[in-house]
Ligand binder design. Structure first.
Ligand SMILES: Nc1nc2c(ncn2[C@@H]2O[C@H](COP(=O)(O)OP(=O)(O)OP(=O)(O)O)[C@@H](O)[C@H]2O)c(=O)[nH]1
Ligand SMILES: [Mg+2]
Length: 246
Protein backbone atom coordinates (compact mmCIF):
# COMPACT_ATOMS: atom_id res chain seq x y z
CA UNK A 1 0.00 0.00 0.00
CA UNK A 2 1.41 3.40 -0.89
CA UNK A 3 1.85 5.88 1.95
CA UNK A 4 -0.69 8.63 2.54
CA UNK A 5 1.41 11.78 3.04
CA UNK A 6 -0.11 14.89 4.53
CA UNK A 7 1.58 18.21 5.29
CA UNK A 8 -0.02 20.56 7.79
CA UNK A 9 0.34 24.29 7.13
CA UNK A 10 -0.55 26.50 10.12
CA UNK A 11 -1.77 29.92 8.98
CA UNK A 12 -2.33 32.99 11.08
CA UNK A 13 -3.07 36.26 9.28
CA UNK A 14 -1.08 35.20 6.23
CA UNK A 15 -3.22 36.91 3.55
CA UNK A 16 -0.57 39.51 2.74
CA UNK A 17 2.37 37.14 2.27
CA UNK A 18 1.09 33.64 1.42
CA UNK A 19 2.04 32.62 -2.14
CA UNK A 20 -0.63 30.04 -2.93
CA UNK A 21 0.56 28.97 -6.43
CA UNK A 22 3.84 27.72 -4.93
CA UNK A 23 1.92 25.07 -2.98
CA UNK A 24 1.08 23.17 -6.22
CA UNK A 25 4.52 21.52 -6.00
CA UNK A 26 3.09 19.41 -3.17
CA UNK A 27 0.06 18.32 -5.20
CA UNK A 28 2.35 17.44 -8.13
CA UNK A 29 4.30 15.17 -5.78
CA UNK A 30 1.11 13.43 -4.63
CA UNK A 31 1.25 15.00 -1.18
CA UNK A 32 -1.92 16.30 0.46
CA UNK A 33 -2.08 19.63 2.28
CA UNK A 34 -4.07 20.40 5.38
CA UNK A 35 -4.24 24.12 6.04
CA UNK A 36 -5.14 25.17 9.56
CA UNK A 37 -6.56 28.67 9.74
CA UNK A 38 -5.62 29.70 13.26
CA UNK A 39 -8.41 32.22 13.94
CA UNK A 40 -7.09 34.70 11.36
CA UNK A 41 -8.78 38.09 11.29
CA UNK A 42 -7.71 38.96 7.73
CA UNK A 43 -8.66 37.27 4.42
CA UNK A 44 -6.63 34.11 5.07
CA UNK A 45 -9.79 32.00 5.52
CA UNK A 46 -11.37 32.93 2.18
CA UNK A 47 -8.07 32.63 0.28
CA UNK A 48 -7.52 29.15 1.66
CA UNK A 49 -11.14 28.12 1.06
CA UNK A 50 -10.78 29.08 -2.62
CA UNK A 51 -7.56 27.08 -2.98
CA UNK A 52 -9.06 24.03 -1.29
CA UNK A 53 -12.14 24.20 -3.55
CA UNK A 54 -9.80 24.04 -6.58
CA UNK A 55 -8.03 20.91 -5.28
CA UNK A 56 -10.62 18.45 -4.00
CA UNK A 57 -9.03 15.39 -2.43
CA UNK A 58 -5.64 17.11 -2.36
CA UNK A 59 -6.18 19.98 0.05
CA UNK A 60 -8.31 20.46 3.13
CA UNK A 61 -8.99 23.37 5.45
CA UNK A 62 -9.43 23.14 9.18
CA UNK A 63 -10.54 26.35 10.83
CA UNK A 64 -10.04 27.19 14.47
CA UNK A 65 -12.62 29.61 15.83
CA UNK A 66 -10.04 31.65 17.68
CA UNK A 67 -6.29 32.14 17.53
CA UNK A 68 -4.59 29.37 19.52
CA UNK A 69 -0.93 29.77 18.51
CA UNK A 70 1.24 27.72 16.16
CA UNK A 71 1.66 24.82 18.60
CA UNK A 72 -2.07 24.14 18.92
CA UNK A 73 -2.71 24.85 15.23
CA UNK A 74 -0.11 22.24 14.24
CA UNK A 75 -1.34 19.74 16.84
CA UNK A 76 -4.95 20.05 15.64
CA UNK A 77 -3.84 19.67 12.03
CA UNK A 78 -1.68 16.63 12.70
CA UNK A 79 -4.45 14.94 14.70
CA UNK A 80 -6.90 15.57 11.89
CA UNK A 81 -4.43 14.13 9.35
CA UNK A 82 -4.03 11.06 11.55
CA UNK A 83 -7.81 10.66 11.81
CA UNK A 84 -8.03 10.74 8.00
CA UNK A 85 -5.57 7.87 7.58
CA UNK A 86 -2.25 9.64 6.96
CA UNK A 87 0.77 7.32 7.29
CA UNK A 88 3.43 10.03 7.06
CA UNK A 89 2.75 13.55 8.30
CA UNK A 90 4.69 16.77 8.37
CA UNK A 91 4.33 20.48 8.93
CA UNK A 92 5.80 23.53 7.30
CA UNK A 93 5.39 27.30 7.63
CA UNK A 94 2.90 29.19 5.47
CA UNK A 95 5.62 31.62 4.33
CA UNK A 96 7.38 28.69 2.57
CA UNK A 97 10.68 29.78 4.13
CA UNK A 98 11.52 26.13 3.42
CA UNK A 99 10.83 25.88 -0.34
CA UNK A 100 8.46 23.01 -1.31
CA UNK A 101 11.18 20.84 -2.97
CA UNK A 102 13.17 21.01 0.25
CA UNK A 103 10.12 20.16 2.38
CA UNK A 104 9.48 17.19 0.09
CA UNK A 105 13.07 16.04 0.70
CA UNK A 106 12.43 16.19 4.45
CA UNK A 107 9.22 14.17 3.99
CA UNK A 108 11.02 11.59 1.81
CA UNK A 109 13.65 11.14 4.49
CA UNK A 110 11.06 9.32 6.62
CA UNK A 111 11.76 5.84 5.36
CA UNK A 112 13.46 2.66 6.54
CA UNK A 113 14.23 3.05 10.22
CA UNK A 114 13.84 6.84 10.14
CA UNK A 115 10.72 7.89 12.03
CA UNK A 116 11.34 11.61 12.39
CA UNK A 117 13.06 14.00 9.95
CA UNK A 118 13.86 17.59 10.90
CA UNK A 119 14.83 20.24 8.39
CA UNK A 120 18.09 21.77 9.56
CA UNK A 121 19.41 25.19 8.55
CA UNK A 122 23.15 24.60 8.35
CA UNK A 123 24.82 27.41 6.44
CA UNK A 124 27.61 25.88 4.32
CA UNK A 125 29.29 27.07 1.16
CA UNK A 126 27.20 26.02 -1.82
CA UNK A 127 23.92 26.24 0.09
CA UNK A 128 21.47 29.11 0.22
CA UNK A 129 20.57 29.54 3.85
CA UNK A 130 19.57 33.19 4.16
CA UNK A 131 19.13 34.15 7.75
CA UNK A 132 19.90 37.42 9.51
CA UNK A 133 22.99 37.21 11.72
CA UNK A 134 20.84 38.06 14.73
CA UNK A 135 18.42 35.19 14.06
CA UNK A 136 21.30 32.85 13.29
CA UNK A 137 23.12 33.46 16.58
CA UNK A 138 19.91 33.41 18.62
CA UNK A 139 19.15 30.12 16.90
CA UNK A 140 22.54 28.70 17.90
CA UNK A 141 21.96 29.60 21.55
CA UNK A 142 18.47 28.14 21.40
CA UNK A 143 19.64 24.90 19.78
CA UNK A 144 22.34 24.46 22.41
CA UNK A 145 19.78 24.93 25.18
CA UNK A 146 17.38 22.56 23.38
CA UNK A 147 20.11 19.90 23.15
CA UNK A 148 20.69 20.18 26.90
CA UNK A 149 16.95 20.01 27.60
CA UNK A 150 16.51 16.94 25.38
CA UNK A 151 19.70 15.13 26.31
CA UNK A 152 20.51 14.53 22.61
CA UNK A 153 22.57 16.76 20.36
CA UNK A 154 20.43 18.48 17.76
CA UNK A 155 21.54 21.32 15.45
CA UNK A 156 18.23 23.01 14.70
CA UNK A 157 14.96 22.35 16.51
CA UNK A 158 13.18 25.51 15.33
CA UNK A 159 13.14 25.07 11.57
CA UNK A 160 9.48 24.97 10.52
CA UNK A 161 9.93 21.87 8.32
CA UNK A 162 9.41 18.52 10.03
CA UNK A 163 8.08 15.05 9.12
CA UNK A 164 7.01 12.02 11.13
CA UNK A 165 6.09 8.41 10.56
CA UNK A 166 2.62 7.83 12.01
CA UNK A 167 3.07 5.49 14.97
CA UNK A 168 1.30 4.87 18.27
CA UNK A 169 4.08 6.92 19.83
CA UNK A 170 3.17 9.91 17.64
CA UNK A 171 -0.55 9.53 18.42
CA UNK A 172 0.33 9.53 22.12
CA UNK A 173 2.61 12.53 21.80
CA UNK A 174 -0.16 14.55 20.11
CA UNK A 175 -2.96 13.55 22.46
CA UNK A 176 -2.74 16.54 24.79
CA UNK A 177 -1.87 20.21 24.24
CA UNK A 178 1.73 21.35 24.48
CA UNK A 179 2.67 23.33 27.57
CA UNK A 180 4.96 25.48 25.45
CA UNK A 181 3.74 27.86 22.77
CA UNK A 182 7.04 28.51 20.99
CA UNK A 183 9.25 25.57 21.95
CA UNK A 184 6.59 22.99 21.09
CA UNK A 185 8.86 21.34 18.49
CA UNK A 186 11.26 20.51 21.33
CA UNK A 187 8.38 19.35 23.53
CA UNK A 188 7.10 17.07 20.76
CA UNK A 189 10.57 15.55 20.34
CA UNK A 190 10.87 15.11 24.08
CA UNK A 191 7.52 13.30 24.19
CA UNK A 192 8.52 11.01 21.32
CA UNK A 193 11.90 10.19 22.84
CA UNK A 194 10.35 9.65 26.25
CA UNK A 195 7.93 7.09 24.85
CA UNK A 196 10.83 5.30 23.17
CA UNK A 197 11.22 2.64 25.82
CA UNK A 198 7.68 1.36 25.32
CA UNK A 199 7.07 2.22 21.69
CA UNK A 200 10.42 1.69 20.07
CA UNK A 201 11.64 5.13 18.96
CA UNK A 202 15.35 5.66 19.58
CA UNK A 203 17.36 8.86 19.13
CA UNK A 204 18.89 7.13 16.10
CA UNK A 205 15.44 7.00 14.45
CA UNK A 206 15.50 10.82 14.28
CA UNK A 207 17.52 12.48 11.52
CA UNK A 208 18.26 16.08 10.68
CA UNK A 209 18.11 16.87 6.96
CA UNK A 210 20.44 19.76 6.08
CA UNK A 211 18.46 22.05 3.78
CA UNK A 212 19.97 23.29 0.51
CA UNK A 213 17.82 26.37 0.61
CA UNK A 214 15.98 28.36 3.28
CA UNK A 215 15.24 32.04 3.57
CA UNK A 216 13.94 34.29 6.31
CA UNK A 217 10.65 35.63 4.98
CA UNK A 218 9.67 39.10 6.11
CA UNK A 219 6.61 39.38 8.28
CA UNK A 220 7.69 36.97 11.00
CA UNK A 221 5.60 37.40 14.11
CA UNK A 222 8.22 36.07 16.50
CA UNK A 223 8.92 38.86 19.01
CA UNK A 224 11.78 39.20 21.48
CA UNK A 225 9.33 38.39 24.28
CA UNK A 226 8.27 35.21 22.49
CA UNK A 227 11.93 34.17 22.25
CA UNK A 228 12.40 34.78 25.94
CA UNK A 229 9.30 32.72 26.71
CA UNK A 230 10.57 29.94 24.44
CA UNK A 231 13.79 29.94 26.50
CA UNK A 232 11.78 29.52 29.70
CA UNK A 233 9.78 26.72 28.04
CA UNK A 234 13.05 24.94 27.24
CA UNK A 235 14.17 25.20 30.85
CA UNK A 236 10.93 23.64 32.02
CA UNK A 237 11.20 20.82 29.43
CA UNK A 238 14.75 20.11 30.68
CA UNK A 239 13.76 20.19 34.35
CA UNK A 240 10.77 17.91 33.63
CA UNK A 241 13.04 15.42 31.90
CA UNK A 242 15.56 15.50 34.77
CA UNK A 243 12.82 14.91 37.35
CA UNK A 244 11.42 11.93 35.44
CA UNK A 245 14.81 10.25 35.15
CA UNK A 246 14.98 7.20 37.45
N1 LIG B 1 3.23 33.94 14.86
C1 LIG B 1 2.21 33.10 14.81
N2 LIG B 1 2.25 32.21 13.83
C2 LIG B 1 1.26 31.33 13.79
C3 LIG B 1 0.20 31.35 14.73
N3 LIG B 1 -0.63 30.36 14.43
C4 LIG B 1 -0.12 29.77 13.33
N4 LIG B 1 1.01 30.38 12.93
C5 LIG B 1 1.85 30.01 11.76
O1 LIG B 1 3.14 29.57 12.19
C6 LIG B 1 4.10 29.76 11.14
C7 LIG B 1 5.34 30.45 11.63
O2 LIG B 1 5.14 31.82 11.74
P1 LIG B 1 6.25 32.90 11.33
O3 LIG B 1 5.72 34.21 11.77
O4 LIG B 1 6.67 32.70 9.92
O5 LIG B 1 7.44 32.50 12.25
P2 LIG B 1 8.91 32.87 12.04
O6 LIG B 1 9.29 33.70 13.18
O7 LIG B 1 9.18 33.39 10.66
O8 LIG B 1 9.60 31.50 12.24
P3 LIG B 1 10.72 30.92 11.34
O9 LIG B 1 10.21 31.06 9.93
O10 LIG B 1 10.81 29.48 11.81
O11 LIG B 1 11.94 31.72 11.65
C8 LIG B 1 3.36 30.50 10.04
O12 LIG B 1 2.92 29.54 9.12
C9 LIG B 1 2.20 31.14 10.81
O13 LIG B 1 1.12 31.44 9.98
C10 LIG B 1 0.17 32.33 15.75
O14 LIG B 1 -0.70 32.40 16.60
N5 LIG B 1 1.21 33.18 15.75
MG1 LIG C 1 8.78 32.49 8.94
Amino acid sequence: MSPVRVIVVPCYNEAARIELPRFSAFFDAGVQLLFVNDGSTDDTGSLLAALVAKHPGQARLHSLARNSGKAEAVRHGLNEALAHGATIVGYTDADLATPPPEMLRVLDSVQGTVQVALGSRVALLGRRIERSPRRHYLGRVFATAASLALGVRVYDTQCGAKAFLVTDGLRDALARPFASRWAFDVELLERLLRSSKDLGMLPSDVVEVPLHEWRDVRGSKLSATAMLKAGLDLASIGVGRALRRP
